[in-house]
Ligand binder design. Structure first.
Ligand code: GLN
Length: 254
């Protein structure tokens, strides 16, 4: 990746206007049109309101993909999943995982999420990840990692990677980076908010995007993880990649 392929700009100018995002202390609060649209999408069962994607594997609404809705940036993930051809389902209880084809662990504050993920939920997530695709973004990627540093904290250990929390500094050091990635279709906008850094990965981990030589989008089997927030950009290639993995897993369960 050369310098000319990248652009960096501060995030506050972009996130604070237009779409109703507020940057709190590590929390993302959503407002505005996206949130309203998400509120119209149903919480758990039976969504018949939205239009059908052209080719899907679960009837007209595509695969059912859960979004962990305990804390953080789940509303815009749900909207991004709809745009990528899936049906989002808010997940707040472990028993809700049973009917899902895949799961998104959103960004937010991993320490806060951990407080709410009681033992029963933790085990249910581990079990779910054993057979279904999971996509973790930012705090979600931290939850998936084999090892977390700065400081060390509990994690699911499903992605063979060491992840350093808040590696780029404080909220004010958040940035938007546009760079070439392994995804077809030109440079990808990557929104980093108090982002972690993947400092090392195991041999089975595929690196799909980087920032300054460190992986920002990685895949290991059914697990996809991003240290940025693809749901905050209008480009749906990353969510589409995940929805395709979920569709492939429905056809060929692992
Ligand atoms: N700094 C947060 C954490 O360590 C992650 C931030 C994010 O998800 N945008 O959990």
């Amino acid at each position: 990746m050369t310098k000319s392929e990248k652009q960096q700009r501060p995030i506050k100018d972009i996130l604070l206007d237009g779409d109703g995002f507020e940057l709190g202390d590590g929390l993302l609060t959503l407002g505005g049109e996206r949130n309203r649209r998400f509120m119209q999408c149903r919480e758990a069962e039976g969504d018949s309101a939205r239009s059908a994607p052209a080719n899907d594997l679960r009837g007209k609404n595509g695969p059912r993909i859960g979004v962990l809705a305990i804390q953080g940036n789940y509303a815009s993930h749900a909207q991004a999943l709809i745009e990528a051809g899936a049906t989002p389902v808010e997940v707040r209880k472990p028993e809700q995982l049973a009917s899902l084809d895949g799961l998104v662990l959103p960004g937010g504050e991993s320490t806060t999420m951990l407080k709410f993920l009681k033992l029963r939920f933790f085990h249910a997530l581990e079990e779910f990840c054993g057979s279904k695709p999971v996509f973790g973004t930012c705090a979600g990627a931290i939850l998936l990692a084999r090892e977390v540093i700065n400081p060390a904290q509990r994690s699911l250990g499903l992605l063979d990677a060491v992840v350093e929390r808040n590696a780029y500094g404080r909220q004010i050091d958040s940035a938007i980076v546009t760079a070439q990635t392994a995804l077809a279709g030109g440079p990808l906008e990557m929104v980093f908010i108090r982002a972690p850094r993947i400092v090392s990965v195991g041999p089975g981990v595929e690196i799909l995007a980087e920032r300054d030589g460190f992986p920002t989008l990685v895949r290991e089997g059914r697990i996809l993880a991003a240290t940025f927030h693809p749901e905050l950009s209008s480009d749906r290639r990353v969510h589409r990649l995940f929805v395709e993995a979920v569709e492939a897993n429905i056809l060929n369960p692992s």
